[in-house]
Design a protein. Structure first.
Length: 510
């Protein structure tokens, strides 16, 4: 249920001078951060391998300058001056977001910020090499360094709290760690027996529909056509290839990457549509508020809700394949005998032996997340040594998923996140999936015959609904309020659990 914004949405014309001065500072440091984002994108997509030493210095310098700008005494003075100011709701939201960033940044020495940034650039190259060579030992010192630095970072912010909780707030500051853990527990309690029941089911899906050889060039052309179908704005974006799919940018320039496996074209479709969801969110943010909290996304749980909504509720639907299957078959004529139902079943099968998170099915995906969450939480809390990560990872995969990696490349080295020092990121994937189901259920109830529109390749109504209820608000509302305004209900796992029980119950005759 979309909620209309209040009457002061445009921000009052008589903004306090301190507010205007603060906003000017915010725009400057966020513009600098945006430039760093382009350098980060280039490092993963275009930069020659030998560029790492210079790039690490470039990024660490930008990080330290931006940190100095945020923590400058004038920033604190302006925030103090605005404590009792008569602000509109929008202005108050901006001050709230800036104050949170300022207080966290002000607690951390700039030297530590530089060290973390430089360590991340060096670790990225080490991770890429270690993954390619299946050599965790070569990456372990970089991971150890990140763990030490991030513990120190968390201690500066709040020495009396769980350091992992402090780091989780970097990615989701508006939901408590307790709430996140309770949702992950709900998912585990529901999905583990559901997956067991599916594996015991006699129902056989059309899982061999897309077996064969699918050349990378043809898959890249298919990924481009998928983005065209979804109405990705190539005037403000581009498609590239990276070792780990990601999206980078803002409402004026937002770029997506994907990757290809010549035996698995559906994997590329899924990752491309997933990254499209991220990009569509960024591109839908208000242009007039660029580089301010009102023009920035509402943190990673909401961001992941957009990518998972497009990937799972649209990309994995029968309706989507009504329109997309002929496009797929144009690129791969050997699949011309496949039906929409074949494609739907192949894209929604629950795997028995998948080790890779980004290639996981919609259900086991969350067990992949829980493994990572538990390991990184224990690393940061000091309950797990870096040298024990591979064995612990493999043991948890065997316990939760019934499979055991045979190499670290397909095990604990498969994700890029720890090379960036991004501890606390992984839970947002599952939180985003849960949120996606709640948002999509409401959109489906409010949009006349949404499924028929998708089957015709018409996504305008869904774009408009998400733009109105999520994108245009930027970071004005905190997470739960944003979801409540959009759906009429507080954020919960109810819609997601109902969705998977209905969908997979029908697929597997449960």
């Amino acid at each position: 249920m979309g909620t209309e914004a209040t009457a002061d949405d445009g921000a009052a014309s008589d903004a306090p001078d301190a507010y205007d001065a603060l906003l000017d500072r915010v725009r400057r440091w966020n513009t600098l951060g945006s430039a760093a984002g382009v350098l980060g994108w280039d490092q993963q997509v275009m930069m020659p391998e030998g560029g790492t030493p210079a790039r690490s210095k470039q990024l660490s310098t930008i990080s330290s300058i931006r940190h100095d700008m945020i923590t400058d005494e004038e920033t604190g003075d302006l925030l103090d001056e605005l404590n009792d100011a008569d602000l509109t709701d929008e202005q108050a939201a901006v001050v709230r977001e800036v104050r949170r960033d300022y207080e966290r940044a002000d607690a951390v020495p700039v030297e530590l910020v530089e060290e973390i940034s430089e360590a991340g650039s060096e670790a990225l190259q080490a991770w890429e090499e270690a993954k390619a060579e299946d050599d965790f030992e070569s990456f372990a010192p970089h991971l150890e360094k990140h763990v030490e630095l991030k513990r120190e970072y968390a201690e500066h912010i709040d020495p009396d709290r769980d350091p992992y909780e402090v780091l989780f707030e970097e990615f989701e500051p508006c939901l408590s760690m307790e709430r996140a853990e309770s949702i992950l527990e709900e998912l585990r309690e529901t999905l583990v027996p559901m997956i067991d029941a599916i594996r015991e089911s006699d129902r056989e899906l059309a899982v061999d529909t897309f077996e064969g050889h699918f050349p990378e060039d043809d898959q890249e052309a298919l990924a481009h056509d998928a983005l065209e179908l979804l109405d990705y704005d190539f005037d403000r974006g581009r498609l590239d290839v990276s070792s780990h799919p990601f999206t980078s940018g803002n409402q004026f320039d937002c770029r997506v990457t994907t990757r290809f496996d010549e035996s698995d074209p559906l994997g590329a479709v899924g990752s491309t549509v997933h990254e499209y969801g991220h990009a569509q969110y960024n591109l839908g943010l208000p242009q007039e508020h660029w580089a301010t909290p009102l023009g920035e996304s509402r943190d990673l749980s909401v961001h992941e809700s957009q990518s998972r909504l497009w990937e799972n509720h649209v990309g994995r639907s029968r309706a989507f394949w009504e329109e997309f299957l002929p496009v797929f078959q144009e690129h791969f004529p050997d699949t011309t005998d496949a039906t929409v139902e074949d494609a739907y079943e192949a894209f929604n099968q629950v795997y028995e032996d998948n080790l890779i998170r980004v290639e996981a099915d919609e259900l086991t995906y969350h067990l992949h997340i829980i493994v990572r969450f538990e390991i990184e939480r224990d690393l940061i809390r000091g309950d797990l040594a870096v040298e024990d990560v591979p064995e612990t990872w493999n043991d948890k995969y065997e316990e939760y998923l019934g499979i055991r990696p045979e190499s670290d490349g397909e095990g604990c080295l498969q994700d890029i996140h720890w090379s960036h020092g991004n501890f606390g990121y992984f839970p947002t994937y599952s939180l985003g999936s849960v949120m996606a189901a709640q948002l999509y259920a409401t959109a489906e109830a409010e949009i006349d015959d949404l499924e028929a529109s998708i089957a015709e390749g018409d996504f305008d109504d869904l774009h408009d609904w998400l733009g109105e209820n999520v994108h245009r608000h930027g970071s004005r509302y905190e997470t739960n309020e944003l979801v409540t305004r959009a759906t009429g209900e507080e954020f919960s796992a109810d819609a997601f659990l109902a969705y998977v029980e209905e969908k997979y119950g029908e697929l597997y005759d449960l």
